[in-house]
Design a protein around this ligand. Structure first.
Ligand code: FMN
Length: 140
């Protein structure tokens, strides 16, 4: 199975999660500025909420994905208050014609002193375990 990890971050939290996920999968975590050129079965996509929405760069990245190259998207990320960005990302994935796994990883992320230190070591461990569970085929 071929996988790729892409992330968008403003303050570094999603990068930490992406690196934990990528290390577990034996690939490099790359920012969304790196196009998905090779065919992958699963694209793990790390992203977050900013002012109640995903960043326009994430929106444009998902819209630009080639459905012939990306088998499915698995969402992961953190936020300070809101729950996951799943619905926002799925709306774009639907437009691109790319299926999105119902499974996702979400945890709290530090923002202006709230949830200090998150994602923490436990969050990173949980993110890695999530990635392993996804690729082991126990879930889709
Ligand atoms: C400019 C900005 C706006 C944010 N707006 C929200 C928000 O509307 N809702 C929320 O739950 N978290 C919000 N957050 C918190 C982030 O989602 C949280 O800190 C996340 O972990 C940031 O990930 P990043 O470090 O990868 O950018 C905001 C953070 C920033 C920097």
């Amino acid at each position: 199975m071929k996988v790729a990890v892409r992330y968008y971050t403003k303050t570094g939290n999603t990068k930490k999660l992406a690196e934990a996920v990528a290390a577990e999968l034996g690939v490099q975590a790359q920012p969304i500025s790196a196009a998905v050129d090779e065919k992958v079965d699963i694209l793990f996509l790390g992203n977050s909420y900013y002012a109640f929405n995903i960043d326009p760069e994430v929106r444009d990245f998902v819209r630009s994905l080639d459905k012939e190259k990306v088998g499915c998207i698995v969402n992961f990320g953190s936020a300070a208050m809101l729950n996951s960005t799943y619905k926002k990302v799925k709306a774009e994935a639907d437009k691109a014609g790319i299926p999105m796994s119902e499974k996702e990883f979400h945890c709290r992320g530090e923002f202006k002193g709230i949830h200090k230190g998150r994602p923490n070591a436990e969050d990173l461990k949980a993110a890695a375990a999530f990635a392993k569970m996804i690729v082991s085929g126990k879930s889709s």
